[in-house]
Ligand binder design. Structure first.
Ligand code: ADP
Length: 629
């Protein structure tokens, strides 16, 4: 029989898994039971929607067998089963392994086994404890039966096989014990019982196992005899159906980790029941880190949907608005039809009402967190803030009101996070606008020539460290009646009447010089003017209305727009800087030299703004000539 090879990435992951030194190997059982439970959900749903596939709920269960003699552990379910195709597709590759991000992470992984957690590899975790895995499965869809076998790295086989009942039987041949590692204990009754109680108690189907019970010997009171009984090991009450005050934090955490492909405890749990137009229970989680593919296409947002405790579908994205797509979890509603499809979901009035209600709840939970747990909120924001910002400017700002109070910016005030409300609340009385400065790092912004003057006035400046921040400000235009203004925008106006007058006079006096400089730049700038925003620096570039310097820089890196989007620039000179006196001299003595001076200053200003020097060779030559004198 021909052996098939795993896809490269899956293979690499398997190697990691097989040689794993991961201390939490025991979670393989949780993963396999979780798969079995999903398969049972699917079979039950099929049974309710297709009369030919009817099955009695009491038949749906998961069975664990321990065979100490052969060192085998068996996990068997009466779920939907797998066809040969499905084995090929679902067990031959690891679903997430196709994405580029996954490949990148995998290359970095080496011995770092955290990769297992990051990608929630499910079925494959079996190879942490088994040297061989067999999956014998009869599909409820077409009744076919197949056996999938693999010893891990060297590929797998699929062949036709026999099995009387629908469902899947997974046999793990445990690895041999070594001095360091004991695999045998997974065969002990106590271990299995303990693991199931810890990790899989809430599973809504019975997890049964033969257990040995001692009962009094009817023939001799002094003795007991051992009998074998099938015992259900889990309580089967879904977490979300339990009373909130009866659930331990650990239970939520285990449930989350078992169901939502994360290795870490969630940062926040939101669990509530709402009665009203639609009655439902929600159990929602905010992950404590960004999923590796969160900002990629293959990330599938959505909540799991149940009706009266019956699983309907996974990843129902209509239940969650885009701005909160990082939320994981489930909704259980008594009012929804079991046959509801993804298409109906989109239009259903009740679903819409439900989604609105969920959205409100998430929003208020985040607001509470912002108020009550600032540190936690900032951590959350570091993980998912980008997505909230996206929520502000997506659809031309249609939903900005929902999220604008949830976003944070770093600011000149100790470089800490601030909300827009906090910023506007503490604005100085004479401050006209909300000031911001763009750059890719705080120390870069702190070097911006225009910053000092604004700070000297006692105004706070928001640091836009993310390329999207300016889109956010652009879409919002204003907050609490104050407009956003970049410190690198031409319209920045910090001057008193007196200062304005002084500037006008200086401009008038130096008209010839400024004009000559502008002409020498051949249309590169709209104007060369006296600056009132500079303190120590000689020059800066500011942008006129429209495209900002940041935007130009951003677009320059975008292959679609390369070089096409440009800010209208104005070159400003600091009249109090010695260079200004020098320029006046040059203009008076030898105007032909003014070109080089202007060009050098202009390019220096470009560099400070993070814009490229247009002709680096010419620029270098001019500087050298100047140095030579
Ligand atoms: P995930 O559960 O995250 O999709 P897994 O690697 O755990 O990833 O499983 C891959 C797929 O294999 C599942 O999505 C499912 O389609 C299939 N599968 C695994 N175990 C079973 C089972 N016991 N019964 C039916 N299908 C299964």
């Amino acid at each position: 029989m021909a052996k098939k090879q795993f896809k490269t990435e899956s293979k690499r992951l398997l190697e990691l898994m097989i040689n794993s030194i991961y201390t939490n190997r025991e979670i393989f059982l949780r993963e396999l039971i979780s798969n079995a439970s999903d398969a049972l959900d699917k079979r039950y749903w099929l049974s309710l929607t297709d009369p030919d596939k009817k099955v009695d709920r009491s038949e749906l269960k998961i069975r664990i067998e321990r065979h100490e003699d052969t060192r085998q552990l068996v996990i068997e379910d009466t779920g939907i089963g797998l066809t040969a195709d499905e084995m090929e597709k679902n067990l031959g590759t690891i679903a997430k392994s196709g994405s580029d991000e996954f490949k990148k992470q995998l290359e970095k992984a080496e011995e770092n086994i955290d990769i297992i957690g990051q990608f929630g590899v499910g079925f494959y975790s079996g190879f942490m404890v088994a040297k061989k895995i067999e999956v014998l499965s009869r599909s409820a869809e077409d009744g076919s039966t197949h056996l999938w076998t693999s010893t891990g790295e060297d590929g797998y086989t699929i062949q036709e096989a026999e099995k009387d009942t629908v469902g899947t039987r997974i046999t793990l041949d445990l690895k041999d014990d070594t001095d360091e590692d004991n695999y045998s204990h997974f065969l002990e009754e106590y271990t299995v019982r303990d693991l199931i109680r810890r990790y899989s108690d809430y599973v809504r189907y019975p997890i049964v196992m033969d257990t040995v019970k001692s009962i009094p010997d009817p023939t001799d009171d002094a003795k007991t005899i051992d009998t074998v009984e099938e015992e259900t090991l889990n309580s089967m009450i879904p977490v979300w159906k339990k009373k909130k005050n009866e659930i331990k934090e650990e239970e939520y955490n285990e449930f989350y980790k078992a169901n939502f492909g994360d290795w870490e405890d969630p940062q926040k749990v939101i669990h509530y029941t709402l009665e009203g137009n639609v009655t439902y229970t929600a159990l929602l989680f905010i992950p404590s880190r960004t999923p590796y593919n969160f900002y990629y296409q293959d990330f599938e947002p959505g909540l799991r949907l149940y009706s009266k405790g019956v699983f309907i579908m996974d990843k129902a994205k209509d239940l969650i608005p885009d701005e909160f797509r990082f939320v994981q979890g489930l909704i259980d509603s008594d009012d929804l039809n079991l046959n509801i499809s993804r298409e109906i979901l989109q239009q259903d009035r009740q679903v819409k009402a439900l989604a609105r209600s969920v959205e409100k709840k998430i929003k208020s939970s985040l607001e509470d967190m912002l108020k009550e747990d600032r540190e936690g909120y900032e951590k959350f924001f570091d993980n998912f803030g980008l997505n909230l910002k996206y929520g502000v400017y997506a659809n031309y700002g249609a939903h900005k009101d929902k999220v604008q109070d949830l976003i944070l910016f770093k600011s000149s005030k100790e470089g800490k996070y601030v909300t827009l409300k906090e910023y506007t609340d503490r604005m100085k009385d004479d401050q006209k606008d909300i000031y911001y400065a763009c750059g890719s790092a705080i120390d870069e912004i702190e070097k911006l020539p225009a910053l000092n003057k604004v700070l000297d006035k006692g105004y706070e400046v928001l640091y836009f460290l993310d390329e999207r921040d300016e889109f956010v400000a652009g879409i919002m235009r204003e907050y609490a009646g104050k407009t956003f203004c970049s410190i690198s925008n031409a319209k920045l106006d910090l001057d008193s009447e007196e200062e304005k007058k002084e500037k006008e006079e200086k401009t008038e006096e130096n008209k010839g010089l400024l004009e000559a400089m502008k002409d020498s730049l051949n249309g590169e700038v709209k104007e060369v003017r006296i600056s009132s925003r500079l303190k120590d620096d000689p020059v800066c570039i500011v942008a006129d209305e429209g495209v900002s310097l940041e935007m130009e820089r951003y677009m320059a890196n975008d292959p679609m727009n390369k070089g096409n989007v440009k800010a209208v620039k104005i070159l400003e000179i600091n009249p109090d800087h010695p260079i200004f006196t020098k320029l006046q001299q040059v203009y008076a003595d030898d105007p032909s030299k003014l070109n080089d001076y202007t060009d050098i200053l202009y390019n220096a200003a470009r560099m400070i703004q993070g814009l490229a020097v247009e002709d680096p060779a010419a620029y270098a030559r001019k500087i050298t000539e100047l140095l030579v004198g």
